[in-house]
Design a protein around this ligand. Structure first.
Ligand SMILES: NC(=O)c1ccc[n+]([C@@H]2O[C@H](COP(=O)([O-])OP(=O)(O)OC[C@H]3O[C@@H](n4cnc5c(N)ncnc54)[C@H](O)[C@@H]3O)[C@@H](O)[C@H]2O)c1
Length: 383
C-alpha cells in the first residue's frame, strides 16, 4: 500500500507551503494511509525559499519562479497552492484547467466573483479532485464535538458561538504586510483571513445561515511600511457576525455568532467553538488544546465535565493515545483527509474531510453579505 504515491507541486513556498512539506516529511507518522504524497516540483517568485525545500526533499526535480512552467511538468499530478489571495483565482483556475488535483488555501478567491470563477472551473473539470484547507476540525476535542453533532446529541440547538482570534496587530508598530493590504488580501479583511476556519464546522453541520448583521472594525488605520513610513492600513481588523441560523430539520432559529479578530488582546491563534443545546452543551478552544468541556442534561443537576483529550484522531497515528495534539498534527490530519478522500473517492467520515469548494463558496456568500451589512448598518438576508 505504502508505495503508492501522488506527486505534488507546491506553488507558494511561504508559511503554509512549509507546513505542507513538513507533513510530507513525517508521513510515516500516519498508520494505514493508502497513499503517500511526494514533492516533485516547487514554485515561488522568491527563489531564496528554494534551498530549504531542496535541502530536505531530494524528490524535488524542478524549481521554478513561474507557475506556468510547473504546470507544464508532466510528472506533477496534484498541486498545493498557498499564495496571496489576489492570485487565487488565476492560479487555482490554471491548475484545475491543466487537469491537476488541487488543495487550495482559503479563502479560495479574493472575493465572491473570483470564487465564482474558481467554482466554474471546478464544475468544468469533474476529473480534478479539489479541496480547500481547514485544519481545526481535526483537533481531537473538535472531532468529539462533531461526533455529537452527527449523533444529534445536542437536542435542539439553543445557541452557537465560534471564532478565531489573533492579537499581534495590537502593536501599532507591526509593519504592514500583504495580509493587511486590501488589494492583496481583499475587502473581507480579517474575514477572508480567518473566516472559513470558523465557518467550516457550522456549514458541515448543515446549519443554514438565514441572515447576518455584521459589525466590522478597522482599529489600526495606519502602520509602518518597510521604510518605516506610516501608510494607510484599510483592512478590517475585527468582525463580529450576528447570524440567525436554523437546523436542517427544524423551523426554529438560533443565534450563531462568528468572531474573526486580528486584534483580540492576549489571543494567539485562538480558535473556539461553543454549542448549547437542550440535551447537551460543549465547548473547546485551542487556548487549552486538550480540554473538552461537555454538559449532558437528562433532568437533574447540570454539571460541566472537563475531559482531557489525548491523541484521539480521525486518522490513526503512531502517537500514544494519552499524548498531546497540536497545530502541526492538525495540518497532518487535514492532509491525511485529502489523501484518503482522493484515494477512496469518499471521506472517512462526515467531519473528517477538508472544506469543499461549495463550503468555500458559502463562506463568500456570508462575508459578502457581512460587508453589505456594515455599509447599510442593517441585517442582510442570505440568498
Ligand atoms: N490554513 C491556515 O492555517 C493558514 C495560515 C496562514 C495562511 N493561510 C493561507 O495560505 C495562503 C498563503 O499564506 P502564507 O501565510 O503561506 O503566505 P506567505 O506570504 O508566507 O507565502 C506566500 C508565498 O507566495 C509566494 N508568491 C507570491 N506570488 C507568487 C506567484 N505569482 N507565484 C508563486 N509564488 C508566489 C510568495 O513569494 C510567498 O513565498 C493564503 O491564502 C492564506 O490565507 C492559511
Amino acid at each position: 500500500m505504502k508505495d503508492k504515491r501522488l506527486k505534488f507541486g507546491i506553488i507558494g513556498l511561504g508559511l503554509m507551503g512549509r507546513e505542507f512539506a513538513s507533513s510530507v516529511a513525517r508521513w510515516c507518522h500516519l498508520l494505514d494511509s493508502p497513499l503517500t504524497p511526494e514533492i516533485t516540483a516547487i514554485c515561488d517568485v522568491n527563489s531564496a525559499l528554494f534551498p530549504w525545500y531542496t535541502d530536505h526533499f531530494p524528490s524535488i526535480k524542478q524549481q521554478t519562479k513561474d507557475y506556468r512552467e510547473l504546470l507544464r511538468n508532466p510528472e506533477v499530478e496534484a498541486i498545493f497552492c498557498a499564495v496571496p489571495h489576489n492570485l487565487h483565482e488565476e492560479i487555482y483556475c490554471a491548475c484545475i484547467n491543466s487537469g491537476r488535483h488541487l488543495m487550495g488555501e482559503k479563502p479560495f478567491g479574493i472575493d465572491k466573483k473570483a470564487n465564482e470563477n474558481i467554482l466554474k472551473m471546478v464544475g468544468a473539470h469533474p476529473e480534478c479532485f479539489v479541496r480547500c484547507t481547514s485544519q481545526f476540525p481535526f483537533f481531537p476535542a473538535v472531532q468529539r464535538i462533531c461526533g455529537m453533532i452527527e449523533a444529534g446529541s445536542f437536542g435542539q440547538i439553543i445557541e452557537v458561538n465560534c471564532g478565531f482570534k489573533h492579537s499581534s496587530d495590537l502593536d501599532p508598530n507591526k509593519p504592514i504586510n500583504w495580509k493587511r493590504m486590501i488589494e492583496i488580501n481583499g475587502e473581507y479583511g480579517c474575514m477572508g483571513d480567518l473566516g472559513l476556519h470558523v465557518c467550516h464546522v457550522p456549514f458541515r453541520a448543515g446549519w443554514k445561515i438565514n441572515n447576518v448583521r455584521a459589525i466590522l472594525s478597522n482599529i489600526m488605520k495606519e502602520r509602518p511600511d518597510a521604510q518605516k513610513n506610516r501608510v494607510p492600513c484599510k483592512t478590517w481588523d475585527n468582525a463580529t457576525l450576528f447570524c440567525e441560523a436554523s437546523e436542517a430539520h427544524r423551523t426554529d432559529c438560533f443565534p450563531l455568532t462568528i468572531k474573526t479578530q486580528r486584534i483580540a488582546p492576549g489571543e494567539k491563534n485562538t480558535w473556539y467553538l461553543e454549542i448549547s443545546g437542550t440535551k447537551a452543551c460543549a465547548g473547546f478552544s485551542t487556548k487549552n488544546p486538550k480540554s473538552l468541556r461537555i454538559l449532558e442534561y437528562q433532568g437533574g443537576e447540570q454539571v460541566w465535565q472537563h475531559i482531557d483529550m489525548g491523541h484521539e484522531t480521525a486518522f490513526k497515528t503512531i502517537t500514544g493515545g494519552i499524548f498531546e495534539f497540536g497545530f502541526s498534527d492538525a495540518i497532518l490530519q487535514m492532509w491525511a483527509a485529502f489523501m484518503y478522500e482522493y484515494y477512496h473517492k469518499q471521506p472517512l467520515k462526515k467531519f473528517a474531510q477538508c472544506a469543499t469548494p461549495q463550503e468555500a463558496a458559502l463562506s463568500h456568500t456570508l462575508f459578502t453579505a457581512a460587508l453589505m451589512s456594515q455599509i447599510e448598518q442593517q441585517t442582510i438576508p442570505l440568498e
